[in-house]
Design a protein around this ligand. Structure first.
Ligand code: LLP
Length: 416
């Protein structure tokens, strides 16, 4: 069984933890590079930076030819700081807050609207930029209900039945619609992702006369990766691309001009590129269960607690000696919540996992943690955000320092 998806190994991890502390995020740039290469067929690859927004990762991706999605003022600032030009950025959201609207106006950043009100707010603010429209096709799918972004109970996108009105209104107000976009959810499967193709064809067909300047069809994100080592699979990207490309050609013929395809992956580019290393700080028996308690919690990686998400786990022994002995263990963190457990299933069911026999001081490695890992960390329980390290050309560089207690407290002032 191939334990690691990253190219550095146990020795490098142990050295990095010694140098930069624990817990620690370690990314491998070569994995990100490879996954960008996998998507080379698509005309535009727009990285959904919410998955891992460190500006050092963003600038490397910029150099690798990727554009970027931003969903908040903070993400616009990150993209600009990482060297993206304003027209390489697209702001996708269902609302504008005031900070975001101000930055969009200042830098003329293209926008993907997910609510009709956004159209009016752009107009009122005197912003005239080419638009994308995010369509809710009436169905959605994702690895968990929490990440399904289509259908009648989803707040995302413009309902397909409203699209004609919104497109008419946009034209009346002098906007051009350059992109139509659908994102039905994250970590979906091949069948559901492919259903989007016919929904897109139908929708574009219905409003073709209203979008004469359409240039781009965006298929959103959602590309899944396999997290489990005993069921490794890879989405057949070439087949997936070909389905979309045939639709693109048919739509191009209908509209009478060339259309480009755009993909907007988050997870696919970064999930496999990163591990979270933590130290085992206690090993204890609770009734018939054995717990490994580590110094990372859901304040670092929330996916297991939030979605019951599975991450492969391995151990690095502090004396460097591997053992063949395995035990059933539950892996949990330091937080004062019973859901602070890395081995759990959807619905908060705690389960044990067969893991190497380990002791205090050994490192516990949580794999494939690059997407929505560090990005969703918090200061809950007043725990500090961990450092991030990038493995590039055979060496580690620190790309985010560990937060300090002073930084955590710095905005808590008592001024009137
Ligand atoms: N485009 C839009 C409009 C999105 O909302 C998202 C993700 C993406 C692209 C990228 O989706 P991806 O390729 O990563 O599946 N925190 C959850 C995932 C939330 C996804 C939110 N939107 C998780 O840890 O699984």
């Amino acid at each position: 069984m191939q334990e690691y998806n990253v190219s550095f190994g146990e020795k490098e991890i142990a050295l990095a933890v010694e140098r930069f502390g624990s817990p620690l995020w370690l990314y491998d740039l070569s994995v990100i590079e490879k996954h960008i290469w996998d998507l080379r067929f698509f005309g535009i690859v727009r990285y959904a930076q919410k998955a891992a927004p460190n500006i050092n990762l963003l600038s490397r991706m910029n150099e690798l030819g990727v554009d970027v999605d931003a969903v908040s003022a903070g993400e616009i600032i990150r993209a600009l700081r990482a060297g993206f030009t304003p027209n390489q950025i697209r702001f996708t959201a269902d609302i504008f807050d005031k900070d975001a609207l101000a930055l969009i106006k200042e830098f003329s950043i293209p926008v993907n609207i997910g609510s009709p009100d956004m159209l009016f707010q752009l107009h009122e603010a005197g912003i005239k930029i080419p638009l994308a429209i995010r369509i809710n096709p009436g169905f959605g799918h994702g690895h968990s209900n929490k990440v399904n972004t289509g259908g009648e109970f989803s707040k995302h996108g413009i309902w397909h039945g409203e699209l004609e009105n919104v497109a008419k209104k946009a034209t009346e107000l002098g906007f051009t619609i350059e992109c139509l976009h659908m994102h039905i959810g994250s970590g979906s499967d091949y069948i559901h992702l492919s259903q989007v193709v016919s929904a897109m064809e139908r929708t574009v067909g219905n409003i073709a006369a209203l979008v004469p300047e359409l240039k781009i069809i965006s298929i959103g994100g959602g590309l899944p990766i396999s997290y489990k080592r005993d069921e490794i699979w890879h989405i057949d990207l070439e087949k997936y691309y070909n389905i979309w490309d045939s639709a693109r050609k048919r739509l191009s013929n209908n509209l009478g001009h060339y259309l480009q395809l755009e993909a907007e992956p988050g997870r696919y580019l970064v999930a496999n590129s990163c591990i979270l290393a933590a130290e085992i700080r206690a090993v204890k028996k609770v009734g018939k269960n054995l717990f490994y308690l580590i110094d990372a919690g859901f304040t670092d990686l929330v996916r297991p607690a939030f979605y019951g998400a599975y991450h492969h786990i391995s151990v690095i022994h502090k004396n460097g000696k591997a053992t063949n002995e395995e035990v059933e263990a539950i892996v949990a963190g330091p937080l004062c919540e019973s859901c602070d457990v890395f081995t759990q299933e959807e619905g908060g069911i705690v389960v044990s996992r067969k893991l190497p026999l380990a002791q205090v001081g050994d490192l516990l490695i949580i794999h494939d943690a690059g997407a929505y890992g560090s990005a969703m960390s918090s200061n809950y329980n007043s725990r500090l955000l961990a450092a991030e390290i990038l493995w590039e050309k055979g060496k580690f560089t620190q790309i985010r320092r560990r937060q300090t207690f002073e930084q955590m407290l710095s905005n808590e002032i008592g001024d009137e």
